[in-house]
Design a protein around this ligand. Structure first.
Ligand code: GLN
Ligand code: ZN
Length: 761
């Protein structure tokens, strides 16, 4: 019985690749240094999988930046502005596409399906001259082979590559990306022939777009592509890997009908219907790579339950045709539990990171083959049982409170216009009120204070003193700038989710649980393992301290439940929405305590609401319903005079505008650096929204300081579509990553622009 891993994290157990990349980019080390670190990581991973007993070990899942960019390089599809002149693509061209260079900005980056990984979007037009320009897949195959490991080289499949691309500038509306298929397949053939020549016996094509809502034309492209590749692929075992959801019946039919393909990789974790598809019909003599070990979370697999699933599958596909695998690449989980020194043994026993998942896959394969490792299964069963019964997981009171939410809508009693009137009486704000999104620049000194407090190197008194001083500085600055609604600047927060997770029960934190987000950037999501509750107020002390420093309204600043959920590793023993409702109840307590403490404006950030949208359209409505409901739960209990803001880091609302309106916030601030008019027309088109809206008037992601005229011009454009009395003036997002030297003049110009326009109204 065989085992397979779809893909593995590249960053290394202690983010070795990140540091090597950044040092190379900073010109502190050479290309050879970087290549050495990368080669060591690859060989360690191959060796680890081989030692664990994995039969089908992937290669070419390493990347210096991104696997889709690697495919772009393989195909020589470098946009002309990078000035590449042919030949093998080297670091300079590769990293220019990824990160931009002094004269040309980077290529666009976007989320990889519904993960937090971001890929570099290929830009393709009718005149791209494809050529075989990166031999990385073959080189890595040979490299592993020379280390004694025969691997399965992995390529981004040709159809997914095109479906994930965008048309180049100028041909956006007219160009069919799939029309490029006949141009890229010859390059794929060259790669395939080289891999065969190098001795490969298997090849894996990742075609995850097969799980999306595809039309028949798109499905037809898969059939055509693999029919065209068939003769090149002859002599190879060909695995088509899908993941992140199950396939529609049509997509499944297309997949199992592909010419020249011998094996299908299916996600049995997120693909809740996958098993039924297989039961309804599986082609004889083909392999099923059954993704039973979850690549998207950090939980130890319930291996007894997986084993029984695998046994059912074995009856359908045949003993020698079933391969145990991961649900997707392990890229989306943390690397190795061994480096977690701060988690206690009980919680650790419930977890499995990539390295542990490899062992689970192998244990399952051995068990199927009749060589069950009884001790391993017993330890796993004990861990599953302890997780089920642990009092740290279950909190009766929370369960009851969450269950009691059912049947109610949780809406504020009065409508938004009446509330805004009541709030205005209390707040007395000018038209075009100015505000910021929450954080102010975080200096090295500030980070040092937080770090030393955490490490018990400075006393609580000294810590509070230092943070208070910082808040005072930020408050004074905002008064000086004459901003209308102030913030305290969030100096006590390292991260908008971690800060709350650390104070809520049911959360655990890792020291090295990093997951690649893009390039060298990694995130370390908290782990939600138990029922969530709030033992005590989290932000009231800082917000009321800040309010006491000024006569102006001070915004309380919270992270919303959906964002906390979407940026954490979430428990898999109850539906996501249940966990979200629990977080909502905890935030509700905080909102009400802030109100009691005299905070009249409270912002509840939902930066990540949109990114939780499921891949399939048929599931959108359900998600949006509970996500929006969770948000409303947090603030349905406040008085009319308490103004609830929300903030979102995107402006692409076209498809979710009704849900945004249904959140029923009093004021919504959004990112707006790209598409002013389009966004605003969405709001205008939508149901009469009525609430305040603050589309960012300048981009905080760039160090550039916008002039007063430029900002005024931008506000004027907004005024052309939005009512004067609902428009707020604010930057795009928090100012945490900027410097004071940028923030001061930029905010100064922003306030000046608002004042200028007020005189013209
Ligand atoms: N209040 C947060 C801040 O200003 C919001 C950050 C975000 O939207 N990502 O930093
Ligand atoms: Zn934001």
């Amino acid at each position: 019985m065989a085992s397979h891993i779809v893909g593995y994290p590249r960053m290394g157990p202690k983010r070795e690749l990140k540091f090597a990349l950044e040092s190379f980019w900073d010109k502190k080390s050479s290309a050879e240094d970087l290549q050495k670190v990368a080669a060591d990581l690859r060989s360690a991973i191959w060796k680890q999988m081989a030692d664990a007993g994995i039969k089908y070990i992937p290669s070419n899942t390493f990347s210096y930046y991104d696997q889709v960019l690697d495919a772009t390089s393989m195909l020589g599809a470098v946009p002309p502005r990078y000035g590449w002149n042919g030949g093998e693509i080297r670091f300079d061209t590769y990293f220019s596409m990824a990160r931009g260079n002094a004269s040309v900005p980077a290529m666009e980056m976007t989320k990889w399906f519904d993960t937090n990984y971001h890929f570099i979007v290929p830009e393709l037009g009718p005149d791209v001259n494809f050529s075989y320009a990166s031999h990385k897949a073959v080189d890595e195959y040979k490299e592993a082979k020379s280390l004694g490991v025969d691997t399965v080289p992995v390529l981004v499949g040709p159809v997914s590559y095109l479906l994930l691309s965008k048309p180049a500038k100028g041909v956006e509306k007219t160009f069919s990306l799939l029309s490029l298929l006949p141009k890229i397949l010859p390059i794929y053939k060259e790669v395939i022939l080289e891999l065969k020549a190098a001795g490969a016996s298997w090849i894996q094509f990742d075609e995850p777009t097969l799980v999306l809502d595809l039309d028949s034309h798109q499905l037809q492209a898969f059939t055509a592509a693999y029919a065209d590749l068939e003769s090149a692929l002859s002599g190879l075992n060909v695995l088509i890997e899908t993941y992140f959801a199950d396939l529609t019946t049509e997509a499944y039919k297309t997949l199992v009908g592909l010419k020249g393909v011998t094996a299908y990789g299916l996600d049995l974790v997120r693909g809740t219907q996958t098993i039924d598809l297989v039961k309804a019909g599986f082609p004889e003599g083909k392999y099923l790579f059954a993704g039973v070990v979850d690549g998207r979370n950090i939980w130890a697999n319930d291996i007894a339950s997986s084993l029984s699933t695998l046994q059912q599958l074995e009856d359908i596909v045949g003993k020698d045709k079933l391969v145990v695998s991961t649900s997707c690449s392990l890229l989306h989980t943390a690397v190795d539990l061994v480096n977690e020194t701060k988690l206690d043994d009980e919680i650790k026993s419930w977890l499995a990171f990539a390295a542990q998942k490899v062992v689970e896959v192998n244990a399952l394969a051995k068990a199927l083959a009749g060589q069950k490792d009884e001790a391993f299964f017993a330890a796993n069963a004990a861990a599953q049982a302890s997780r089920k019964s642990s009092p740290r997981v279950t909190n009766e009171a929370v369960q009851k409170a969450a269950a009691a939410l059912k049947g109610s809508d949780h809406r504020r009693a009065t409508n938004v216009s009446a509330r805004l009137d009541a709030q205005q009486k209390k707040l007395n704000l000018p038209v075009l009120p100015t505000t910021t999104i929450g954080s102010f620049p975080q200096t090295l000194e500030l980070r040092r204070v937080r770090r030393e407090f955490k490490a018990n190197k400075i006393s609580e008194d000294n810590y509070i003193k230092a943070i208070k001083e910082e808040i005072k500085k930020v408050v004074d600055l905002q008064e000086e700038l004459d901003i209308d609604v102030l913030v305290h600047g969030e100096p006590e927060r390292n991260d908008m989710v971690e800060y709350f997770g650390e104070q809520l029960s049911g959360f655990a934190f890792t020291v090295n649980g990093w997951v690649q987000s893009y390039g060298s950037r990694c995130v370390k999501p908290p782990i939600i393992y138990g029922d969530v509750s709030r033992p005590k107020p989290m932000t009231v002390f800082w917000s009321s301290t800040a309010q006491s420093m000024t006569q102006r309204p001070m915004k309380g600043m919270l992270t919303g439940p959906v964002t906390i959920l979407n940026w954490s590793f979430v428990r898999n023993d109850q539906p996501r929405f249940e966990t979200c409702y629990q977080i909502a109840l905890a935030i509700k307590d905080e909102v009400e305590d802030l109100e009691k403490a005299g905070i009249n404006v409270i912002q509840i950030d939902e930066a990540a609401l949109r990114e939780g949208l499921p891949l399939r359209k048929s599931e959108h409505a359900f998600y949006l319903k509970w996500a929006v409901h969770s948000f409303r739960i947090t603030n349905c209990g406040v008085q009319d005079t308490t103004q609830i803001h929300t903030h979102m880091c995107y402006s692409n609302f076209n498809d979710i505008i009704h849900s945004i309106i249904d959140m029923d916030a009093d004021v919504i601030t959004i990112e707006n650096s790209r598409s002013d008019e389009k966004l605003l027309s969405v709001f205008r088109e939508g149901v009469k929204y009525g609430a305040g809206i603050g589309p960012g008037v300048y981009d905080i992601h760039s160090p550039r300081i916008p002039s007063t005229e430029e900002i005024a011009d931008r506000i004027n454009k907004m005024l052309a579509v939005l009512e004067t009395n609902i428009l707020w003036v604010n930057p795009d997002c928090g100012l945490k990553t900027r410097k004071y030297a940028e923030v001061k003049p930029a905010l100064n110009n922003m306030v000046a622009a608002a004042k200028l326009l007020r005189t013209q109204l």
